[in-house]
Write a protein that binds this ligand. Structure first.
Ligand code: SF4
Length: 193
């Protein structure tokens, strides 16, 4: 069993409900969308066996993996998740919601970019929904989204920089729609990965 890995790094989760928790990020190659605001280099990668990935991440004291991308569900299978669970890892995933999430994932962040109406049938319930929002973007209809306890709006940044217009726009949206909560990319604000 192998996965094409773009990068592995150890840092703190910078967004959403797990903000501040130490996590090992495993970025898998490839995405099935091409969002205009995407700031992630996910095209390239090297094939690694699960044992090789485990060999690399076991140097860290942390036992939380975040599977990210690109779109990690293009590669990650139930048996990959089971392998790392058996090694004692809890596993989060950051998905755009266009594909089924493998069994055994402990924390699902769904960050939909399109096709909102189809996501609920693929993934009925998630731990958080996080929407990147730029000025003028509409709020999606909650009734067609997966169930969650956390509806998060994340103002789109310009790489590492706050875009104040986007922040102001999100703040006004949330004041009018208080079931939503502001989520900032804290890792960018404090200058870490
Ligand atoms: S879904 Fe995510 S990784 Fe894929 S293109 Fe959009 S922002 Fe980039």
């Amino acid at each position: 069993m192998s996965l094409t890995v773009n990068e592995i790094f150890y840092s703190l989760q910078g967004e959403g409900g797990r903000t501040g928790e130490a996590s090992i990020f495993i970025r898998l190659s490839k995405c099935n969308l091409a969002c205009s605001f995407c700031d992630t280099d996910f095209e390239f990668g090297k094939k690694m066996t699960l044992d090789e990935i485990f060999g690399e991440i076991s140097q860290y004291p942390c036992r939380w993996i975040i599977w990210t991308g690109g779109e990690p569900t293009l590669q990650l299978k139930d048996e990959d998740v089971a392998f790392f669970k058996e090694k004692g890892y809890r596993q989060a995933i950051e998905t755009n919601g266009t594909r089924r999430v493998p069994a055994g994932i402990d924390y699902i962040t769904c960050s939909p970019k399109q096709q909102f109406g189809k996501i609920r049938t693929l993934i009925p319930e998630v731990d958080e929904l996080r929407f990147p929002i730029a000025t003028g973007d509409p709020l999606p209809d909650i009734s067609i989204l997966p169930k969650t306890k956390r509806y998060l709006l994340s103002p789109v940044f310009d790489n590492m920089n706050v875009v104040q217009d986007n922040v102001d726009y999100c703040v006004e949206l949330i004041k009018k729609n208080p079931q939503w909560v502001l989520s900032l990319q804290v890792h960018k604000l404090i200058g870490i990965r």
